[in-house]
Design a protein around this ligand. Sequence first.
Ligand SMILES: C[S@@+](CC[C@H](N)C(=O)[O-])C[C@H]1O[C@@H](n2cnc3c(N)ncnc32)[C@H](O)[C@@H]1O
Length: 235
Amino acid sequence: MKKCLLSKQFLTKRRHQRLSPTSVYDIGDKLRLVFGKPSSINSLDNNLNNLDSHLLIKLSSSVPSAFGTNNLHPTTIWCIEMLEKYLKGEKLLDVGTGAGIITICALKLIRNKEEKFPTNFQADAFDIYQDAIKQAKTNLRLNGLEKYVNLEQNTLTNYPNNFYTLVIANLPPIAISELWLELIEKVADNGRLILSGILRHSFADLVERFSRKGFKLIDEKLTDLWCLAVLEKNL
Ligand SMILES: C[S@@+](CC[C@H](N)C(=O)[O-])C[C@H]1O[C@@H](n2cnc3c(N)ncnc32)[C@H](O)[C@@H]1O
């Protein structure tokens, strides 16, 4: 087994970290992500489960064009770290799910906390890109989670307003500029938005715009290039 537990600093220094056929990453306190071909991941299953109490996330590299298939971007790592801190309530929306990594981590964390999913639990995940959905489906299946999430190729407009206790969106900057007002509408009162992929030069202005709409900045990650904001809706 190749074990590749890279420091967060190492990952943040690289815009895209290419992964070897089977790589293992620990993120935050609880999650262990394993990338590789489904056959090699499954054969590692027992060893990895026995290592310690980490929750194991299996990720396939079968659709190389989907984001999150062959690389683990710092903005995705931040989102997962923030999930551990700020996962709230039972209605989750993953906007631009890519290979489904964030949704899978959220489902694992929620099920771990409650031992089963809360009664009113709902997880919705979508992407505009068909290959992403294909990859996310494969990954959900690998983790036995496909029946707990509504995964679709779709657009944000088609999801209910004022509904989600947590919206998580790791998006390209252009999509953030286009969707920020619509993202606000999706968050329920007292709900949270984890927004990642913000460019450094537009961070302050974006946070200001959110605050004018009743959102309070409760956490952030900043580098010279990428930023993340955790915003809470307190109208
Ligand atoms: C930076 S990747 C992040 C993927 C995944 N959330 C992660 O962190 O690994 C951004 C994703 O957003 C998707 N995307 C881009 N514009 C979008 C839009 N307007 N609505 C929904 N998804 C979008 C892309 O197809 C891509 O999969």
